[in-house]
Design a protein around this ligand. Structure first.
Ligand SMILES: [Zn+2]
Length: 103
């Protein structure tokens, strides 16, 4: 099983802030700032006080105005990829039918 991903909270002023989970999920909690997961709440508390995490939070707040733009771009990418997959499935089906005819 995969650990849950930690998601910071948003303050009344729209600033990302750390909100400690009341408990750590069964399969652990992974912070996006670091490729490691935590099974213990105390260890996670230590993590969010570290320099790397603080720098990540700072960057997150600096970039928050770009998130909407990124979200729109990602939606467009997903749409294009869905169309591509549908086209490939059609082609693959056609090849399969042609192979059946050849048999
Ligand atoms: Zn972190």
């Amino acid at each position: 099983m995969t650990p849950d991903t930690y998601v910071p909270g948003v303050s009344e002023n729209g600033v990302y802030v750390d909100v400690l989970p009341s408990s750590i999920p069964e399969y652990g909690l992974k912070c996006p700032c670091f490729d490691r997961y935590y099974l213990n709440r105390d260890k996670f508390v230590q993590h969010i006080k570290c320099k790397r995490h603080s720098a990540w939070m700072k960057q997150l707040n600096l970039e928050k105005h770009n998130f909407f733009k990124k979200c729109v771009e990602l939606e467009q990418t997903v749409k294009q990829q869905r169309l591509l997959i549908a086209e490939l499935e059609k082609k693959s089906h056609r090849v399969h039918v042609e192979n059946l005819i050849d048999l």
